[in-house]
Unconditional design. Structure first.
Lengths: 162, 518
C-alpha cells in the first residue's frame, strides 16, 4: 500500500491570491480556471478573494459569487485533513454502494457531506468516478479505489482517520 | 535476458492495484537480475481481469490476470522459465471477449503507450489526418456525412450536418469544443480513450478544425477524471512538439491548437449549451435553442461541439473511408458503438461492436450476468436519464431508434446491471433526487418538478394514498418531459416512468399485514 498522502495547502494570503489571479486572468473565460487554481493553492476559495477575482475580470462580485456557488467542487471553507469521496451513482448502487455508504457514515459518525468533529475526515458523495466496471468505487485524497467491500472500506476509513 | 511487459495506467486499473503491481514487477525483476521494460498502456477494457499484465513474445502478447502484488514473484518465475502459471489467459488477441468485438475507435487502446506520439503513429495514428489534408474541407465533409456517424454523446445528431453548418457559417473566429464531461453513471469510454489513446481525440478535433475553419479547440474534462486531464495535457504538449498542433500542422498551411479546461462537478455541464457557458466562465445555465451552437456557440462564435467518441471515430473514417465505417451497424445507426458494461456485472468493461447487438446478448452472454450471481432484474441503459429495462425487453437491438421506440435511449452507451435485490422505488426516487441536485435551475419543470417528484415518490414508498400519488408522478413526469429546457429535466422521466411501467409490483401498496408486523 502506498504511504499516507496528506494534501498540503498554503494559508490564505492576499498577495499570493493576487498572483494566482494575475497568472490566469488573461485567458478567455478565466473564472473557473482561477477558482480551481485558488482552491488548489489554499484548499478552499477564501471569501475575500471573490471581489479580487471580480475586479480582475471586470465582473461584479455577485457574478463571481454566482459561479463559485454553482459548482459542487468549490469549497467556502477548508475540508478535513483527508477527503473520502464515495461514489453514490447508479452503477455503484447496483454493486452494493448504499450499504457501504451507510457503513462509512456509521464508522465516522458523520453523514455524507460533512466533516468529523476533529476535522480529520470530510466524507463526501461523488456522482461517478468512471470506474463503473469495478464498482463500488471511492477516492481518498485523489487516490482511486475500486471493488470496494467492507474490508477495503474499513481500511480506507482507518487510513483517513490517522 | 530482457522482457517487455505491459501494465495499464488506466484509472480503472490503477483503482484495483495496477500501480502496485507495476512497482512489484520492477522490484522483483531487479532482485532476480532480470531486465524488464514496463510499458504503461491504457486498458484493454476487460476490467474483471485488471490488473492485467501482458508480456511480449514473438507470437504476440500473452495476458495474465487479474494479477495482485503477491502473484508477482511466481509470475516472473513462470515468465523467466517459460512454465505455466495459474493466471495465464493466453494470447491477448485471442481472448474471446476481445475477439468478438469490432474495435474501430478502441483499436489502439490498451495496446500503445499513450504518452508516445511515435507509438501512436506507428499504429496508424495521423493516417486519417494525412488523408484529410489531401482531401480538403469539402471532401472531408462528404466523407463524414457518408459515414453516417451520429453524435456519440447521446443525442445522435448527424455529425456531418453539424460540421457543415459550422463550415458554412462566416465569422472571424470559430471553435472546436470536445465534450468530455462524461457524467453518466455506467459510462467510462471517454475516460478510457483519453487515458489510453489521447492523440486520437486530438487528431479528431484537429481534423474538425481544418474542415470548418476553426483554429482553436477546447476539451472540457470533468474534474472527477484527474488521470484523463493529465493524459490529455501530456498528449497536447507532445503533439505540439511533434508539429501536430500549432502553426502549419503536419506541414500544411492550417493552424490549430487546443487546451484542456476542467469542469467543477456539475453534471448539467455535459449538456452542450451549459458546457459552453461554463467554458466562458459562467454558471452552467442551459441556453435556449435556437440559436444553435453551430451558429452561435462559444463566445458567440460558430462552434462544433461533439462528444469525445464522436471525434475519436473520425480518424478511422478518414483513414479507411466512409464506407468501411458505414458498412457496420443497422438502420440509421451506422458504424460501431463503444458499449460500457457496468454495475453488478460479472464481465464488466468496454465492448465496442456494430449497432444491432441485442440487450440480452450484451448483459447475459457478453456480460455474463451479475457479479453477485443473482438473477438480473433490471438494467439502466444510457445513464441517469436512461430507462430501466426488464428482462422482457432484452430482445431490443442496440440502435438509437429501437431504444426510442421502447421509451428508452442508448445515450452514451452505458449499461448498468442490477440484480433481483433492487428496489425500483428507490431507483425512481434517486432519479428525481439526482435531477434536483444537478438541476441548473433555469427552468421550472426541472428545478421544482424534481423536488416535488422526490417528495411524491417518498409518499408512495411510505404507503400514503399510493394510487393517487402514482398518478401524480406520471402527470409530473409529463410536465417535465415536455416542459423542460434540456435533457436533464426532460429525460429524468425516463428512469421514473420505466420503473413504474415495467416494475409496477414494487410500487404496490404494502399489504396491511406486513405493515402491522413491522
Amino acid at each position: 500500500m502506498t504511504a499516507v498522502y496528506e494534501p498540503c495547502y498554503e494559508p490564505w494570503n492576499e498577495t499570493r491570491g493576487a498572483e494566482i489571479i494575475a497568472e490566469h486572468a488573461k485567458q478567455e473565460g478565466a473564472t473557473l480556471v482561477i477558482l480551481h487554481a485558488l482552491q488548489e493553492a489554499f484548499g478552499y476559495v477564501p471569501e475575500p478573494v471573490i471581489p479580487m477575482v471580480a475586479q480582475a475580470l471586470n465582473l461584479s462580485r455577485a457574478e463571481v459569487h454566482g459561479v463559485f456557488t454553482f459548482y459542487h467542487d468549490f469549497r467556502h471553507k477548508p475540508a478535513g485533513r483527508h477527503v473520502l469521496k464515495l461514489c453514490r451513482a447508479e452503477a455503484c448502487q447496483a454493486a452494493g454502494g448504499d450499504a457501504l455508504a451507510a457503513r462509512a457514515e456509521a464508522k465516522l459518525g458523520v453523514s455524507l457531506g460533512n466533516t468529523t468533529a476533529d476535522d480529520r475526515v470530510t466524507l463526501e458523495p461523488i456522482y461517478c468516478l468512471g470506474l463503473c466496471a469495478t464498482a463500488p468505487s471511492a477516492m481518498l485524497d485523489g487516490r482511486l479505489i475500486g471493488r470496494l467491500d467492507e474490508k477495503r472500506l474499513d481500511a480506507l476509513v482507518a487510513e483517513a482517520q490517522r | 535476458m530482457s522482457m517487455r511487459l505491459f501494465v495499464s495506467r488506466d484509472a480503472g486499473a490503477v483503482a484495483v492495484g495496477a500501480d502496485e503491481v507495476a512497482l512489484a514487477l520492477e522490484a522483483a525483476a531487479a532482485k532476480r537480475g532480470v531486465t524488464v521494460e514496463i510499458i504503461r498502456t491504457g486498458s484493454r477494457g476487460l476490467y474483471w481481469l485488471e490488473p492485467l499484465v501482458e508480456v511480449a513474445t514473438p507470437q504476440g502478447r500473452i495476458a495474465f490476470g487479474p494479477v495482485t502484488e503477491t502473484d508477482v514473484p511466481s509470475l516472473l518465475d513462470a515468465l523467466a522459465s517459460n512454465t505455466p502459471h495459474l493466471l495465464r489467459l493466453g494470447a491477448t488477441d485471442e481472448l474471446p471477449w476481445l475477439k468478438r468485438q469490432t474495435r474501430l475507435t478502441f483499436a489502439r487502446c490498451g495496446v500503445i503507450d499513450p504518452r508516445s506520439l511515435d507509438d501512436y503513429r506507428a499504429h496508424g495514428g495521423y493516417k486519417g489526418f494525412e488523408r484529410a489534408l489531401s482531401l480538403g474541407p469539402d471532401a472531408i465533409l462528404n466523407e463524414v456525412t457518408a459515414s453516417g456517424l451520429r453524435g456519440r454523446g447521446g443525442a445522435g445528431f448527424p455529425t456531418g450536418i453539424k460540421w457543415k453548418t459550422v463550415a458554412q457559417a462566416s465569422a472571424n473566429r470559430k471553435f472546436i469544443v470536445c465534450n468530455a464531461d462524461e457524467g453518466d453513471s455506467g459510462t467510462f469510454a471517454d475516460r478510457m480513450i483519453m487515458e489510453g489513446d489521447p492523440f486520437l481525440v486530438i487528431e479528431g478535433m484537429t481534423t474538425s478544425g481544418i474542415t470548418v475553419g476553426a483554429t482553436k479547440g477546447y476539451i472540457y474534462i470533468r474534474s472527477e477524471y484527474p488521470h484523463a486531464v493529465e493524459a490529455m495535457n501530456a498528449a497536447i504538449v507532445a503533439a505540439r512538439r511533434g508539429g501536430y498542433l500549432g502553426d502549419k500542422i503536419g506541414g500544411s498551411n492550417y493552424s490549430f491548437d487546443m487546451e484542456v479546461r476542467v469542469g467543477a462537478g456539475a453534471y448539467v455541464c455535459g449538456e452542450e449549451t451549459s458546457l459552453l457557458e461554463s467554458l466562458e466562465g459562467r454558471r452552467g445555465l442551459v441556453r435556449a435553442k435556437p440559436p444553435l451552437p453551430a451558429h452561435h456557440g462559444l463566445f458567440g462564435k460558430p462552434t462544433v461541439i461533439n462528444n469525445v467518441l464522436s471525434f475519436a471515430a473520425i480518424p478511422f473514417i478518414l483513414a479507411e473511408g466512409a464506407k468501411a465505417y458505414a458498412d457496420f451497424g443497422m438502420g440509421r445507426s451506422r458504424g460501431t458503438m463503444p458499449i460500457q458494461l457496468a454495475g453488478n456485472i460479472r464481465h464488466g468493461g468496454l465492448f465496442e461492436t456494430a449497432f444491432g447487438v441485442t440487450l440480452g446478448e450484451l448483459v447475459d452472454d457478453i456480460g455474463g450476468g451479475t457479479f453477485t450471481g443473482r438473477p438480473v432484474r433490471a438494467v439502466q441503459v444510457g445513464g441517469p436519464l436512461g430507462a430501466y429495462f426488464p428482462r422482457a425487453l432484452f430482445d431490443t437491438p442496440f440502435d438509437y431508434e429501437a431504444f426510442a421506440a421502447r421509451d428508452g435511449l442508448i445515450g452514451h452507451g452505458g449499461i448498468v446491471v442490477f440484480d433481483d435485490s433492487v428496489d425500483m422505488r428507490k431507483q425512481a426516487r434517486f432519479a428525481m433526487a439526482f435531477c434536483a441536485i444537478e438541476s441548473c435551475g433555469k427552468c421550472t419543470p426541472c428545478r421544482i418538478g424534481s423536488t416535488r417528484g422526490v417528495e411524491t415518490i417518498e409518499k408512495i414508498i411510505n404507503g400514503e394514498r399510493v394510487s393517487e400519488n402514482l398518478a401524480l408522478v406520471e402527470d409530473l413526469c409529463n410536465t417535465m418531459k415536455f416542459g423542460s429546457l434540456c435533457a436533464l429535466g426532460g429525460f429524468t422521466p425516463y428512469p421514473v416512468l420505466s420503473a413504474l411501467k415495467h416494475f409496477r409490483e414494487d410500487f404496490a401498496p404494502v399489504p396491511t399485514t406486513l405493515q402491522a408486523a413491522e
